[in-house]
Design a protein around this ligand. Sequence first.
Ligand SMILES: Cc1ncc(COP(=O)(O)O)c(C=O)c1O
Length: 372
Amino acid sequence: MSTRPLIEMSRTHPPLVPDVFDPEYREALANVMARFTPSEMIGAHRWMGTDADRAAGAIFTGQRLGVVPEPGRVVVTNGTQSAFNMLLGGLVGRDNVLAVECLTYPPILVLARRLGFIPKGVEMDEEGIIPEALEELCRSHSPKALYLLSTLQNPTTATMSTTRRMAIADLARRYDFQIIEDDIYSLLPESNLPPISAYAPERSWYLLGVAKSIAAGFKVAYVVAPSVRLAEQQFWPGVRATFWMAAPISAAVSTQLIDTGGAERIVAAVRHEMRARHSLLEPKLKSFDAVTREGALHVWIRLPKALCGKELADLIRLRGVSVGTGDPYTLPGFVTPQALRIGIGHAKSHAELIEAVEVVAECHDHFLRTAA
Ligand SMILES: Cc1ncc(COP(=O)(O)O)c(C=O)c1O
């Protein structure tokens, strides 16, 4: 049993980069406070974002989409999960099917129970969803929409080639479903391919949250809808809910950071730190069956089938390190992969990161030996 505080490795938070983030955030906040009257700013709902927020969101998402979308298509939300709540309720709805990766981001499964839609898993390979498997699901279940990550899939880090992205876009047209593309990890690799939404903009709901590239607690995510009309239809005025709106201060600071280039400088600092962490870990990961990629905030460690990921995670926790497993990502009817998900961005220092990975390695070795 460890006596030091638990080292948190179960989350995919980006590393803190205080030397860059703190002055940028302080300056953006000071500018916002100088430019706007607090009573007027905080005294009003942000609805889909002000014109300035939506224009900034268009610039921010445009860096991934290849073209800057019309600001009227952009909705500023209180984080990706809030956007899910609106989109999955509105685009899929009770008793209808949402196609998802066979290991999917756990809140989708929670929302399925709450909102009554049916998540159906699609088999994946190292590029993520397999088009043939998706086509089979389209034939048998006619999904209303597909939720996926084309870059650094959570939890496998699978990333699609251009051919794969185009094949998914093509299927969406042929089988007439909407694409809900969560591109939250996509700013972390040095260079990246355009999202699927760039190939099928007329049916894509593109989500770019700032939680993984700027700061985990920011609670701002930009949604790009297929059209101005559809953005309004899903978010305003008929929906009679306001929980998804970004708090005015966060939305305004985010706008300011995008407009002044501060957002870009913070993302560059996060990338730089992640590069250092990946180089540090590379030799240490050789003893695992580990999958990760440039810029990824986590490592996915596969275990032999006979071993239980949860038992290993419990053992690691007794040694003072918290790691995730494949269990929460598994859809009903699918076999849980025996694996660990270790977040590498959250550790407070390189020394803490190394200490935690060494604990994982020792427990992993012990587990393999005693199981053999
Ligand atoms: C795939 C994915 N989407 C969204 C989120 C959370 O985003 P937000 O803070 O914008 O709700 C996470 C965080 O773990 C995630 O892994």
